[in-house]
Design a protein around this ligand. Structure first.
Ligand code: NJP
Length: 253
């Protein structure tokens, strides 16, 4: 049968696109995000389109370690070990304000989600989700090209730092798990037209238009296709990292 897949940040954008794409592979899906209404709509849509597919969803803020671990242990008790974690929940806030002009709450939310939440989901899938005990599975981390190349995007000090942290974490975790059949992979999007960029600039339309001007960004489905490729490899094959960027993306090349 299909794999049991947990996707964080699955209420829209890249996470939702990966959910739709993996439903086509008959995966059983568990979707996490904060907005329960959006999760419900996506779960219903997927189950309409893919008749035999089951989609579970729960409002889980990945910043909340207890909520993440409780939910994952309940799902693993009912459904068995988690096969795949798509560690995707993430956000940028407060651009283009420079670091000292950011709101402290935005710094807390970005680090709490992109650093703490990213680690909490991984920790809970390996432990309560029983991936470590079984010694087989995949952790697919949706990081960013910005985690490595650190282009000079003003107002992105915290976001870029959090993505660099995700990359470092990914590399150490892969080394720690090297004697298991658990794959630890990084999928690094470039600019993708999702809610991410509108939110990043505080839904300021002129800022958004200025950023997107002059090239064609990816759509979430493009990234989902790359995720499906990474997840469809044989057990012995780890496509360790993949950069998926718009062909004409400026400033990251
Ligand atoms: O963004 P968006 P993307 N706990 O805003 C959820 C990376 N990336 O799909 O909680 C749980 O459409 C949020 O749901 P909700 C990026 O860093 C992107 O583009 O209901 N969930 C929503 O489902 C991120 O890691 C670009 O508000 C939380 C989802 O996360 C990943 O791609 C470029 C949460 C975000 O959907 C997906 O971003 C790049 C929390 N605390 C990397 N906070 C790009 N778009 O250009 C948020 O290099 N969510």
């Amino acid at each position: 049968g299909g794999k049991l897949v947990l996707i964080t940040g699955a209420s829209m954008g890249i996470g939702a696109a990966i959910a739709r794409r993996l439903a086509a592979e008959s995966a059983t899906l568990i979707l996490f995000a904060r907005s329960i209404d959006k999760l419900k709509a996506i779960a219903e849509e997927i189950q309409q389109v893919h008749k035999g597919v089951t989609v579970f969803y729960e409002s889980v803020d990945v910043q909340d370690h207890a909520a993440v671990s409780d939910s994952i242990s309940r799902f693993a008790e009912g459904l068995g070990p988690i096969d795949i974690l798509v560690n995707n929940a993430g956000l940028a806030l407060g651009a283009p304000n420079a670091f000292p002009d950011l709101k402290i709450q935005d710094i807390i939310t970005m680090t709490g989600t992109n650093i703490n939440g990213f680690m909490f989901a991984t920790y809970a899938v390996l432990n309560e989700g029983r991936m470590k005990e079984r010694g087989n599975g995949t952790i697919l981390n949706v990081t960013s090209t910005t985690g490595l190349e650190v282009p000079p995007f003003p107002g992105e000090a915290v976001y870029h730092a959090s993505k660099a942290c995700q990359e470092a974490f990914t590399n150490v975790l892969r080394t720690e798990l090297v004697n298991t059949d658990i794959k630890v992979l990084a999928l690094r999007p470039g600019v993708v037209a999702t809610n991410f960029h509108e939110q990043r600039v505080g839904y300021d339309k002129s800022q958004y238009d200025e950023f997107m001007e002059g090239f064609e960004p990816l759509v979430a489905e493009d990234v989902a296709e790359a995720a499906a490729f990474m997840l469809s490899q044989k057990d012995r094959v780890s496509v360790k990292a993949l950069d998926v960027v718009p062909t004409a993306q400026r400033s990251l090349q």
